[in-house]
Design a protein around this ligand. Structure first.
Ligand SMILES: Cc1cc2nc3c(=O)[nH]c(=O)nc-3n(C[C@H](O)[C@H](O)[C@H](O)COP(=O)(O)O)c2cc1C
Length: 153
């Protein structure tokens, strides 16, 4: 089956990753790129066998744990067969706080598991600390460039 379309997924406890996912969706829309934006809790994992590209924004909670609503997604990734995400292009933006020992652990986990399942990382993972605006703006530029927008000089 040919992969088609773009998806933004967020895993959040207090809404930050959701807000950023919405900003990413808007920015892509402005350049004519359509992408659904959904909570990882709400998607059927089979969607990941259908879409061409996925961007995951996910925070870390507890002591290196996923947000509550992202537990199922992480369990699914943990058990994912090695070729399950073959051909999927992806990028991960992890949110966290370097004051915690397990800094951005969930983003790191998702990024590694997606690769292990056959996904192709098209952007380096970002481990974003509490100052979010700068790293997010930089990542947004890279996401746009991945769709062919020239870099800002
Ligand atoms: C109780 C609590 C536990 C947290 N645990 C971690 C952690 O283990 N590692 C980390 O990097 N950040 C941790 N954080 C920081 C959050 O990941 C960070 O605030 C993030 O921006 C929240 O994003 P969200 O609103 O999308 O869930 C924790 C925050 C709180 C309040």
């Amino acid at each position: 089956m040919t992969r088609k379309g773009n998806l933004i997924l967020y895993g959040t406890q207090t809404g930050t990753a959701e807000d950023l996912g919405g900003e990413l969706q808007e920015a892509l829309e402005e350049m004519g790129v359509k992408a659904g934006c959904e909570n990882v809790f709400d998607i059927e994992m089979s969607r990941l066998s259908e879409v061409e590209r996925v961007f995951v924004l996910i925070s870390t909670w507890g002591d290196g744990d996923p947000p509550d609503d992202a537990e199922g997604f992480c369990e699914w990734l943990e058990e994912c067969d090695s070729g399950a995400l073959n051909g999927l292009e992806y990028g991960v933006f992890g949110l966290g706080d370097s004051g915690y020992e397990q800094f951005c652990e969930c983003g790191k986990f998702v990024d590694a598991k997606m690769e292990a399942a056959g996904g192709r990382r098209i952007l380096e993972r970002v481990d974003c600390d509490i100052d979010i605006d700068g790293p997010f703006a930089a990542w947004l530029e890279l996401v746009k460039q991945s769709f062919g927008v020239p870099a800002i000089s």
